[in-house]
Write a protein that binds this ligand. Structure first.
Ligand code: FAD
Length: 479
């Protein structure tokens, strides 16, 4: 039999799964996508300056090399264009149901019944469900009193208001992470005044961006193995130098030095430099990779405000010490990263509610499978985010694992991760986590309010590739 597969989400993850099924000749899949187009992160984040911070020769599928990248770190339109190219080339677009949000997935003892938000639609049965909803899909807005009272224009960076011209405006940006670092230089050029409200400074290292001219593109196209070698080099560099820093190893001091040198080179004012110097180890929060962020903060029309925000007023932002009147507030406050799969209601074997099972923090074997939820697989699930390398690499490892389960699923088996395998996995994860830099010293989107790191993979990605490449069957029992 060919299993009927539901894939939820049409970002890098869901598309990868669809393409691999298509290439394996399994056409009995449907991709559900709540948005009206594909691309996920790269459809939603259209803010000025949006782009990747892992070079695209690596931040792309290994099976679909692209010789048209115009630069090392391309912008959002180019990455979205790549995903569109992949969907068209592998002919998966016809299987995507756009504007269809899955609101519930319930296991009825033999099948998964999916409910969508589409009015009048009946639940639909599937043998297998693959969740590709991402970790950074739902914008997080802070809980600041008075936000509704603001009389100007406000929006989240992942829902950029392109109708709103920032020219000559007084703008407040709340937040200073990777997205803010990318758009602040563009906003600073337009705004009359820009105030960046910073809770904690980030470690920032330069972005070694470069354009690929016609000669480089031709070389990538025609020299056999060049693109593969370049991709491999980027991968090994990230793995060999950045990962040890996050594991508090030999390169942590080097990373710190590189960031401090960057700060000293770009920020000459000692008072501003002091405000921008973090007091926690680099990598505890995601390191910002950008070369134009600090120069923007040094502009005469830009101010970095470190006072605590107490409320939003009709006219602007009020801190403990002073009111800041602005026309526009941009929330660069990240995503609801620890609420995996939410707000979907997922009910497994015996009516088990996934949100209840995960009350202490989301967890899954390899970040892919959870006990009590047979034939349900996750892409970019718990503990599979990286602070140093490409998420697409991780997604491909997950898809390899699911594809290795396919022969069993095609026999009609219902596979559920064994509880003892899950328990051993949890122990391994906890032990590995203890040596990582994410634990103490900072708040980050990597962990729950209680401090459990639910998002990041605590090992080298080479180890993750090895673990996901093992024959999957022994880890699962049939239910
Ligand atoms: P997403 O891209 O988030 O896609 C999930 C899809 O699922 C979305 O289209 C969403 O609409 C859909 N969906 C969600 N819920 C439902 C539902 N209930 N029903 C139907 N559809 C649903 N990673 C890197 O490795 N390198 C980078 O340089 C990098 N840069 C980034 C820059 C930004 C601004 C952001 C936000 C993230 C970045 N990331 C980066 C992380 C990035 O999220 C991942 O690399 C990758 O895009 C995740 O793909 P995904 O398919 O898992 O999730």
């Amino acid at each position: 039999m060919t299993p009927k597969v539901a894939i939820i989400g049409a970002g890098f993850g869901g598309l990868c799964m669809a393409i691999r099924l298509e290439r394996a000749g399994i056409r009995s899949y449907t991709v559900f996508e709540k948005g009206d187009d594909l691309g996920g992160t790269w459809r939603d984040n259209t803010y000025p300056g949006a782009g990747c911070d892992i070079p695209s020769h690596l931040y792309s599928y290994s099976f679909e090399k692209y010789t048209s990248w115009t630069r090392r770190y391309p912008g959002q339109p180019e990455i979205l264009g790549y995903l569109e190219h992949c969907a068209d080339k592998y002919d998966v677009r016809r299987q995507i149901r756009f504007s269809t949000e899955v609101t519930a997935a319930a296991f009825d003892g033999s099948h998964w019944q999916l409910t969508t938000a589409t009015p009048g639609a009946e639940p639909e049965a599937f043998d297998v469900v693959v969740m590709g909803v991402g970790q950074l899909n739902r914008p997080h807005l802070p809980d600041i009193p008075g936000m509704d009272e603001f009389e100007g224009t406000s929006f989240h960076s992942a829902r950029w208001n392109h109708e709103h011209d920032l020219t000559g405006r007084r703008v407040a940006v709340i937040g200073n992470g990777s997205s803010a670092a990318q758009f602040i230089p563009r906003v600073a050029e337009q705004a009359e005044r820009l105030e960046v409200f910073q809770r904690t400074p980030n470690w920032v290292i330069p972005k070694p961006d470069a354009t690929f001219g016609p000669a480089a593109k031709l070389a990538f196209h025609f020299i056999p193995g060049l693109q593969r070698a370049y991709r491999e080099w980027i991968y090994r560099y990230a793995e060999g130098t950045l990962y040890p820093a996050l594991a508090q190893g030999w390169s942590q001091d080097l990373l710190k030095k590189r960031a401090l040198n960057h700060l000293h080179d770009q920020v000459k004012d000692p008072r501003l430099r002091a405000r921008l110097t973090p007091d926690y180890p680099p990598g505890c929060k995601r390191v910002v990779i950008d070369s134009s962020f600090y120069p923007a903060l040094c502009r005469p029309n830009v101010d970095v405000v470190t006072e605590k925000i107490v409320r939003i007023t009709p006219k602007g932002v009020k801190t403990a010490e002073s009111p800041h009147e602005v026309d526009t507030i941009i929330y660069a406050t990240g995503f609801r990263s620890t609420e995996f799969l939410s707000p979907m209601r997922v009910t497994g074997r015996g009516g088990r509610d996934l949100a209840e099972q995960w009350a202490g923090g989301a967890e899954a074997y390899l970040g892919i499978s959870a006990p009590n939820f047979p034939n349900l697989f996750m892409l970019y699930g718990p503990n599979t985010n990286l602070g140093h390398n490409s998420i697409v690499f991780m997604i491909e490892c997950q898809v390899n694992h699911i594809m290795a389960c396919m022969p069993y699923l095609s026999q009609g088996m219902r596979l559920e991760v064994r509880p003892e395998v899950m328990a051993a996995w949890r122990d391994q994860l906890d032990a590995a986590m203890a040596r990582m830099v994410w634990g103490d010293g900072c708040q980050s989107w990597y962990k729950t309010a209680e401090g459990r790191v639910t998002n990041n993979w605590p090992g080298p990605s080479t180890l993750y590739r090895r673990l996901t490449a093992r024959p999957p069957r022994p880890a699962y029992r049939q239910v």
